[in-house]
Design a protein around this ligand. Structure first.
Ligand code: CAA
Length: 266
């Protein structure tokens, strides 16, 4: 994407070797999300080169994201996205198809090609919380405030956040968090398995750097194949998972053998 396209999508992109950092860059609105931002994240993820092993998602201005741009719920909104209320004129299938498009960047964050990390400080509300949930790992400031606000607005979380939330904290805790729309602090997120690293906000960059170093230390092919295995494990029987492990290992053997064969100079 060009710098102008990124700016229009309220995004910044920095690619440094194996690490791509996508910054939600609308701090004056607490990085509230519009469809243009979702389309931009999807395009950035699709365009990343094979050298990228880790994708970092963070927010500008000391907060992750205040979620959906609430202006989109204003029936009188006339900017390029218009109002979500106008969507009600469509039939059910058309609305389902529209949400499918909106969900795309959230789903792409689970792509096994790279490991995705959300760096969460300040607020992660609604769509912001879901964006963080769709990342593989969350590095969270201990005073961050995460909230699945949708039920308070009479809605459900529909941006791919429910499955990773249940996977992280289990059904009962997920229901309690969603139904109550309460704040989960960063410290609690660490205790209940929502966050993998919890540090004071001032230490986020150091924690990110250490995590990225650890995640990029080992062969990329092994890491992506392992991510794929772990992602698919919950939906498989033990026999299916054993087969998947064996199959993946053969592919690893072949790749390693090819790399170390005399013809490859290894
Ligand atoms: N949409 C649009 N603008 C937003 C916004 C949002 N979600 N959140 C904050 N802003 C804007 C404010 O309107 C304000 O703009 P002005 O300066 O022009 O008045 C600016 O950002 C700063 O906001 P605050 O002064 O409120 O900042 P704060 O730091 O004191 O509080 C906050 C931050 C706790 C995130 C608070 O802004 C807030 O509660 N925002 C709304 C959060 C929300 O309800 N989001 C929707 C969740 S539901 C969802 O995302 C999914 C879905 O599908 C419905």
């Amino acid at each position: 994407m060009t710098p102008d396209q990124l700016a229009h999508a309220d995004l910044r992109l920095d690619v440094d070797g194996a690490v791509a950092t996508i910054t939600l860059d609308r701090p004056e609105a607490r990085n509230a999300q519009r469809p243009r931002m979702w389309a931009g994240i999807a395009q950035v993820l699709e365009e990343l080169g094979p050298e990228v092993r880790v994708v970092v998602l963070r927010g500008a201005g000391g907060t992750f994201s205040a979620g959906l741009d609430l202006g989109l719920l204003d029936p009188g909104r006339t900017d390029e996205e218009g109002s979500f209320v106008a969507t009600l004129a469509l039939d059910d299938q058309a609305i389902i198809d529209q949400i499918d498009v909106y969900q795309r960047p959230f789903a792409l964050l689970t792509d096994p090609r790279f490991i995705t990390i959300a760096v969460v400080e300040g607020h992660a509300i609604g769509a912001g919380f879901q964006l963080a949930l769709c990342c593989d790992l969350r590095i969270v400031a201990e005073d961050a405030r995460l909230c699945m606000k949708e039920s308070a607005l009479g809605l459900v979380p529909d941006l791919v956040g429910t499955k990773p939330l249940v996977a992280a904290v289990g059904y009962a805790r997920a229901l309690e968090i969603c139904a109550s729309a309460r704040i989960v602090t960063g410290a609690e997120a660490g205790e209940i398995g929502l966050a993998q690293v919890v540090v004071p906000a001032a230490d986020l960059d150091g924690a990110l750097s250490a995590t990225v170093d650890a995640l990029t230390a080992h062969p990329h092919g092994a890491v992506t194949a392992t991510k794929r295995l772990l992602q698919d494990a919950p939906a498989r029987t033990i026999e299916e998972q054993r087969l998947a492990e064996r199959t993946a290992q053969v592919a690893r053997f072949r790749e390693l053998a090819a790399a170390f064969s005399p013809a490859a100079g290894g």
